[in-house]
Design a protein around this ligand. Sequence first.
Ligand SMILES: Nc1ncnc2c1ncn2[C@@H]1O[C@H](COP(=O)(O)OP(=O)(O)OP(=O)(O)O)[C@@H](O)[C@H]1O
Ligand SMILES: [Mg+2]
Length: 245
Amino acid sequence: MRDFSVMTDHPILSVRGLSIARDGKALLGVDHLDLDGPGPTIILGPNGAGKSLLLRCLHGLITPDRGTVTQGGQTLTDQVRAGQAMVFQRPVLLRRSVAGNLDFVLRRRGLSRAARKTECEGLLAQGGLEDKARQSARSLSGGEAQRLAILRALACKPSVLFLDEPTSALDPQATQEIEQMVLRASDQGLRVVMVTHDIGQARRLARDVVMMHGGRVVEQGLAAQMFAAPENGMIRRFLSGGLMV
Ligand SMILES: Nc1ncnc2c1ncn2[C@@H]1O[C@H](COP(=O)(O)OP(=O)(O)OP(=O)(O)O)[C@@H](O)[C@H]1O
Ligand SMILES: [Mg+2]
């Protein structure tokens, strides 16, 4: 994994003048956003706030009407995007075995058979799926499938990992397992940017928070400060559960 601390003096991800509108309605308007520091960054906000749209722009899945996204000062070329991975709310898996899903990604990295076997075993252990290697990925439980989706993303050796509400369909135990994987990856130097509307999850995971509402970033800062003393009254209402969409 790349060590951003020695890379450049550019923020890891930068957004400038970003806007998306449909049918004359502004959906996203983010004028200036820099994500620097080690993360995890949590993008937090109520339903319809524009969290997924922003994440998709950061990953280059959506081309905005206006504005730019850069990573380490570079525009999102295919090469830059190849260093990003994304995990969605519903796990995206191949109709293969659990190990086959990982091997597919490891092959694309051009690893030898022996190297793929070693790396696959390491990944399976990381996700607690050692005894599921030969099982069909489609027969996994929701939590196991999401753990495999994260392992597939990690198998790409990305420098940035985006996650869009990866636990919203999971029970508390499965959620905790995913959160531990995310924190471990972050501790190991992977830059994590994760969307959630779950304030408890944001409190557990975030080093810094981007708070969104109505397609805009309404506050950004270190989690410890924002949760202790939000500057904005609307955020206070959201954090206390009183903000309706
Ligand atoms: N392709 C599209 N065409 C029209 N409107 C869209 C499109 N994509 C998103 N929107 C609208 O943009 C707004 C923001 O959507 P987005 O999916 O980013 O919200 P979100 O914060 O991720 O919400 P949630 O927590 O429910 O996932 C919503 O009002 C949504 O209906
Ligand atoms: Mg969303």
